[in-house]
Design a binder for this molecule. Structure first.
Ligand code: WTA
Length: 640
């Protein structure tokens, strides 16, 4: 099925009149194109150079490297001057009872106040600041306040455990943590400050904790370390002039090996890319009310709740709650209430609301909507159709946007005024983006219709620059398997028309409800307790989450625990080491794992078992213990 693009294409920012020319410019001279695009920002000194990068070792990526700017000035001050009364952020609380419309001039006042408080706490340019917060306005102030004074923020999602938080604090060497007394989400409270206290028992790194009291609950404060946030409006903090390549933030993300990596994004290139893609892909104009439902703890929240829309002077919605609380009509009601015209969410949310039933759509019209977006995982056709037919009433193009924490912004997506829509296809690369499909030998597949590993052969301004503190890991992870390319870790198909269909990760990374989790990371967490000696983790298709987590665990020979107890020990370990987001869907206690004679776990076999694709297991005679496969199948089937 193909849905034709809307007829009135002239109304779109990118339309049939300007598309070809932009496409040509980006193709013929990417450096000139991107330098032109950088003009959308306000620079203290406009750059004379554009891209300066190489994908051969030593890998080096720089954009606009002699430019000077301040990211917060771009997102706040210039709009506070031009459109002071315009709403910058529309915040909706968890209960849905309260909405705050914050204008650009108010945003400036608040960001300035927090920047001043941070300065008084000794935070300087280049310092790392951990932000462990719920979706409240102060979180936006905190990010922008860091940007204003040149500090590097690292937002840690509130669903991560104290252990994960401590690991990130240590890795980036943060001196200060900004947190809230507690978070409220879906009617439940999250003890953020208590989690910080626990995390700080494990690291001496942090000297100050700035606590925002978002609710009336009071929390214990540590003398000389903890400070209650009181905005100080008395002083003006001048934005610090930053080089385009000065770091803006670090965001941790899971990979196929080891602990999470600190993805580092810099200032000028990132903001150019986030702002351009937000405006053109979502066709975001002056009067739009734009809502991306992501939490700011993820890259989508960085680029498409905060930096992209605010750099464009748009009105961005920030929602504290979750889609199905108190009822599954929650998002639709907010759309009607706030007259949201552009709505961007994740397939997992769409599937869960679809499952809740069409009746939850009936009390709302959603007539204000004009563009819909999807991100985070492949969107299945059924969910796409429901989103298109029922939520958007066939009036709104869906932009299915493929990108990653590492890419900073969207790379492959339809443009609403240009592409015909194919449910489940992310369709075409954005301007200047050069995807390729590689075969197992690392050669480009040139046929139009093909399948392979998705890689990029040229840089773009939003690309990550390094893994914080470990450039060798950056080179190893993304550039060593296929030298000369940035390898995404995803597989994709390309059809006869040249449109891309992302098929999902080809490495040991799971995508659970749109959140990336490394199997190695979960395995390490699951064996934290001595009663478990070894585990293997694989994903399996899950109706709502996209992918579910299945753990196979071998108990210690001398354990006195019963199976049910072992399961709860594993759950407890995963919760404490990573956080509730990695809670397994199924745990199977087994006697052994399928291993080669050299001891390597054959996850492929476990994946077949997890998917009940027993016929695909194939020959197991080369395993150290071929009989173990039958045993594991029995255990899994007995539980089913
Ligand atoms: C997956 C989220 C299919 C993909 C922005 C990628 C998608 C990973 C899509 C990055 C999409 C994201 N279609 N798959 N439209 N968008 N993905 O870093 O596997 O949290 O590698 O960034 O999500 O997840 P991350």
């Amino acid at each position: 099925m193909i849905y034709s693009k809307p007829e009135q294409d002239k109304n779109f920012l990118v339309n049939s009149t300007n598309y070809q020319q932009l496409h040509q410019q980006a193709f013929a001279d990417p450096n000139a194109f991107w330098l032109e695009m950088a003009k959308r920002l306000e620079w203290i000194k406009f750059p004379t150079t554009s891209g300066n990068w190489q994908f051969q070792k030593p890998i080096s990526i720089k954009w606009f490297e002699d430019g000077l700017l301040n990211v917060a000035t771009n997102c706040v001050d210039r709009h506070a001057k031009a459109t002071p009364e315009k709403t910058a952020i529309l915040w909706v609380n968890d209960q849905g009872a309260k909405t705050v419309a914050l204008s650009y001039s108010e945003l400036l006042k608040e960001v300035n106040a927090m920047a001043h408080v941070l300065q008084c706490l000794g935070v300087q340019k280049g310092d790392r600041v951990i932000i462990y917060m719920p979706m409240i306005l102060e979180t936006a102030y905190a990010m922008l306040a860091c940007a204003r004074i040149g500090a590097i923020h690292s937002v840690v999602f509130g669903g991560f455990s104290p252990e994960s938080l401590a690991g990130r604090i240590e890795d980036c060497g943060a001196k200060i943590v900004i947190t809230a007394n507690e978070g409220v989400r879906g009617g439940k409270t999250i003890p953020l400050k208590a989690n910080v206290d626990t995390a700080l028992l494990q690291t001496l790194q942090v000297k100050k904790v700035l606590v925002i009291n978002g609710t009336t609950t009071s929390v214990p404060m540590v003398v000389d370390r903890d400070v209650v946030y009181e905005p100080d409006y008395s002083k003006t903090v001048d934005p610090v002039a930053m080089n385009a390549e000065d770091p803006l933030f670090i965001l941790y993300t899971s990979g196929s090996t080891g602990k999470p990596k600190g993805v580092l994004h810099t200032s000028g290139g990132y903001l150019t890319y986030a702002s351009l893609t937000q405006q053109w892909i979502f066709d975001c104009k002056e009067d739009d009310v734009y809502w991306c439902t992501a939490d700011v703890g993820w890259i989508t929240g960085h680029s498409y709740v905060i930096y992209g829309p605010l750099a464009n002077g748009a009105t961005t919605v920030m929602f504290e709650g979750v889609p199905n609380y108190p009822k599954p009509d929650r998002l639709w009601k907010i759309i009607d209430d706030l007259k949201v015209s552009i709505f961007y969410t994740a397939p997992t949310a769409i599937r869960s609301l679809m499952q809740a039933g069409d009746e939850w759509l009936q009390t709302t019209t959603r007539d204000s909507l004009r563009i819909l977006g999807s991100v985070g995982e492949p969107i299945n056709q059924e969910a796409w159709e429901w989103y298109y037919q029922k939520v958007g009433k066939t009036r709104c193009p869906i932009v299915d946007t493929w990108w990653q924490t590492e890419t900073g912004g969207i790379l492959i997506t339809p443009l609403p005024g240009i592409n015909n829509l194919k449910p489940s296809s992310a369709t075409t690369p954005f301007f200047g983006i050069q995807p390729v499909l590689l075969n197992e030998q690392g050669q480009e597949v040139h046929e139009k219709a093909a399948e392979g590993r998705l890689a990029l052969k040229a840089s773009w301004p939003g690309q990550m620059r390094t893994v914080y503190g470990d450039h060798a890991r950056f080179e190893e992870t993304y550039f060593s398997q296929f030298p000369g390319y940035y390898f995404s870790g995803d597989g994709a198909k390309r059809d006869e028309d040249g449109d891309y269909w992302i098929t999902g990760r080809v490495d040991d990374v799971l995508n659970v409800s749109g959140h990336r989790l490394g199997t190695a990371e979960i395995e390490t967490a699951a064996t934290h307790d001595h009663s478990i000696i070894e585990t293997a983790v694989v994903g399996f298709p899950h109706a709502i989450k996209g992918e579910g987590i299945m753990v196979f665990a071998i108990p210690a020979g001398n354990t006195v625990h019963k199976e049910e107890e072992l399961r709860s020990i594993i759950r407890g370990s995963i919760r404490s080491q990573i956080g509730p987001i990695a809670n397994p869907d199924e745990i199977h206690i087994v006697k052994g794992l399928p291993k080669t004679r050299s001891g390597k776990i054959m996850r492929r076999i476990l994946r077949c078992i997890a998917r009940s694709e027993f016929e695909k297991i194939g020959d197991v005679s080369t395993l150290a213990d071929p009989l173990i496969v039958e045993h594991i199948i029995e255990v899994v089937c007995a539980k089913a």
